[in-house]
Structures are given as structure tokens and as C-alpha cells.
Design a protein around this ligand. Structure first.
Ligand SMILES: NC(=O)c1ccc[n+]([C@@H]2O[C@H](COP(=O)([O-])OP(=O)(O)OC[C@H]3O[C@@H](n4cnc5c(N)ncnc54)[C@H](OP(=O)(O)O)[C@@H]3O)[C@@H](O)[C@H]2O)c1
Length: 334
């Protein structure tokens, strides 16, 4: 295997400090050490991949680098008794695609603590329709329910609803029995969101309060927010007494211009969501829910596919907030 070559996207820094992406042939011995070698069937595109692919040092310190924080594939070599050749596995998060060579390639080599076995009720492709975005949406719902959220309490707001985290949040909430208010900046996406099962579609502006009011009408029983900034602050002001807001992203801004009033007058909870390092027990629970009670009848409604070669254009789109749903990257297929 060591002399074998494989195809991969490599991001490198040019002499004039720009970052370029190329599809190149790499050698197996360039992969990092690790107990499990995986032939990649599918990867997926997340916002973090686009940052890594464009030279964001907060995600990836060293270049040249192969991004791709998600992988679904088949074990070809294992030096761990946890896995054997032929096992179908998923990896989302850890250091994959950040400072460890990632899934935009035909092979990855990783520590045995990173992969999980593919649940029986999911195909490799379905697991990548979810990917990190799905794990994040599911972790958000898990934490909201741990704080007492249940379907009879009222509507749940999803911000950035056409995005990767947003679309998966909408479909799993709907499947779990919730009324979903989907907030989007894309006027033309109304039908898409209603087809996913959203109860109502509202404009991004409506979730971006421009007043100085410390509290607004209490509308939401819970919120899944992938956007941050003033939209997160508005969500806090609009959440019902004792409700919770799951904060998982920052596409609008990492700032949070809030007061303490939602917390001390309405007992609102702000829940931090970090999916890449979540504990094995939580990870297993997430995949159990995503492959069982929270799995929509047809996951492909939120998915599109592209090849490694077609990824460049998708990276540009996700950085502009223009992608809809999840992009599965077909590597070896299967
Ligand atoms: N905490 C974690 O563990 C974790 C895991 C995964 C992702 N994330 C974070 O979650 C965020 C979303 O990731 P993603 O992969 O879902 O990205 P994505 O597919 O690009 O989705 C983001 C969506 O947010 C909306 N949006 C984009 N720019 C905006 C702006 N300036 N103001 C308001 N809304 C905007 C757009 O939806 P509409 O057009 O429908 O409004 C966009 O489709 C990222 O910040 C990512 O880093 C965190």
C-alpha cells in the first residue's frame, strides 16, 4: 500500500500569499500516522472546509493541506481491534481536515478513536448528507431537549435555514414532531423550506431586530442558530420564558450584542454547541437518532452531489452564503 498513489485536493500558499486549490496525485506515505486507513467513498462540504480551503489559519495552520472534515468510507487497513478491513465507517470532526489530511481525497489515515461504525439504517451517502452539519443540528436538538424542549411547547426557530446546518435542523425537527419557523435571506427558497416541512418561512430581516429594545415579543420555544451576531441577539430577545437557544455558528458575525435581560427576566438559556469533539456516548446517541427517529423519509431533498473537480465552485458559493442544503462530495462512491 505504501507505494500506492491517490487523488486529492491540495491547498497551497503561493509566493504572493494567495491560496490555490489543485487536484493532485499524492503518495500513501504522505498521509499522517494512524491505526486506521480508510478508502473514502464520500465526503461533504461544510463552511469550515471552505475556510480551510481558502487559507484560514484559525482552521488550518499549515499548508499544503487537504481539507475535508467529513468522511464516509471503507476500512482497508486496521492496526486496532476496533475495526477490520471491510468495515463501513463515518468520521465527522476531530482534527480531520483541519490539521490532519482530510476527506477531499481518496484515502485518509486516522487514529482508531475517530471513526464510528456506519449505523445499519444509513447508507454511506446518507451519512454524508448529514455530515458535520447534521451532527451539529442533532447535538443542538439533543441539548434543547435536555433543557426541557418538547414539540407541544410551540415553534422552534431555525436561522440560516437553507444552509447545511439549517436544512438538516429543519428536517430533523420536523421529523421529531416540532413546528419549525425557518428564517432565510433567500426569498426564492420559500418553496424549498416548505417542502422540507417548515411550518412557516420568515425573512432574515424579521429575525434581525434593529431597535434597542431589550426584549421582543416572546415567539420561540427554542432556537437553533448557525448565524451569530445580531440575529442570535434577536433570537435571545424573542425566546419564551424558560426557553433555550442553541448557538452553533457565526456566518454573520462572532459578536453577540446582547444585554442580560433575556436571561434574568425570562430565564432564557444560551446553549453552546461544539460538535467536533463531542463525547463517544453523545456521538453514539446522535447517530442513533439521525438513523432512527429523526431520519426524514427522503434525505435527498436537502442534498446535491459534486465531484472533487467540481468542488471549487461550491467552495465559492458556501463562502458567499449562497449554497442551499448539503453538498455530498462523491470520491470513490459506493
Ligand atoms: N459548532 C459546531 O460544532 C459547528 C459545526 C458545524 C458548523 N458550524 C458553524 O455553523 C455555521 C453554518 O455552517 P454551514 O456549514 O451550515 O454553512 P452554510 O451551509 O453556508 O449555511 C449558512 C447559512 O446561513 C445564512 N447566512 C449566510 N451568511 C449570512 C449572513 N451574513 N447573515 C445572516 N445569515 C447568513 C445562509 O442561509 P439563508 O440564506 O437561508 O439565510 C447560509 O446558507 C458556520 O458558522 C459553521 O462554522 C458549527
Amino acid at each position: 500500500m505504501e507505494n500506492q498513489t491517490f487523488k486529492a485536493m491540495v491547498v497551497r500558499e503561493t509566493d504572493d500569499k494567495n491560496f490555490v486549490r489543485e487536484i493532485v496525485t499524492r503518495n500513501m506515505d504522505e498521509l499522517p500516522p494512524g491505526e486506521v486507513l480508510i478508502k473514502v467513498s464520500y465526503s461533504s462540504l461544510n463552511y469550515k472546509d471552505a475556510l480551510s480551503a481558502t487559507g484560514h489559519r484559525g482552521v488550518t495552520r499549515k499548508y499544503p493541506h487537504t481539507p475535508g472534515i467529513d468522511v464516509a468510507g471503507v476500512v482497508t487497513e486496521s492496526h486496532s481491534n476496533l475495526f477490520k478491513p471491510g468495515d463501513e465507517v463515518i468520521i465527522t470532526g476531530f482534527d480531520l481536515g483541519m490539521n490532519t489530511s482530510g476527506g477531499f481525497a481518496e484515502y485518509v489515515r486516522v487514529p482508531a478513536s475517530w471513526p464510528v461504525k456506519l449505523p445499519k439504517q444509513l447508507t454511506l451517502k446518507e451519512s454524508m448528507i448529514y455530515g458535520t452539519a447534521g451532527v451539529t443540528a442533532a447535538l443542538s436538538l439533543l441539548k434543547l431537549e435536555q433543557q426541557g424542549l418538547s414539540p407541544n411547547q410551540g415553534p422552534v426557530l431555525v436561522t440560516g435555514a437553507t444552509g447545511g446546518v439549517g436544512s438538516t435542523a429543519v428536517v430533523i425537527l420536523v421529523k421529531a414532531g416540532y413546528q419549525v419557523a425557518a428564517a432565510t435571506g433567500k426569498a426564492e427558497a420559500r418553496e424549498y423550506l416548505l417542502n422540507l416541512g417548515a411550518t412557516s418561512v420568515i425573512s432574515r430581516d424579521e429575525t434581525n431586530d434593529a431597535t434597542e429594545k431589550p426584549l421582543l415579543k416572546d415567539r420561540w420555544a427554542g432556537v437553533i442558530d448557525a448565524v451569530g451576531g445580531n440575529i442570535l441577539a434577536t433570537a435571545l430577545k424573542s425566546t419564551r420564558y424558560g426557553g433555550s437557544v442553541a448557538c452553533c455558528g457565526l456566518v454573520a458575525s462572532p459578536e453577540l450584542p446582547t444585554t442580560v435581560y433575556p436571561f434574568i427576566l425570562r430565564g432564557v438559556n444560551l446553549l453552546g454547541i461544539e460538535s467536533s469533539m463531542c463525547q463517544p456516548e453523545t456521538r453514539n446517541r446522535i447517530w442513533k437518532n439521525l438513523s432512527g427517529p429523526w431520519k426524514p423519509d427522503d434525505l435527498t431533498t436537502i442534498a446535491s452531489e459534486c465531484s472533487l473537480e467540481q468542488l471549487e465552485a461550491k467552495i465559492e458559493l458556501i463562502l458567499q452564503g449562497k449554497l442551499k442544503g448539503r453538498v455530498v462530495v462523491v470520491i470513490n462512491g459506493g
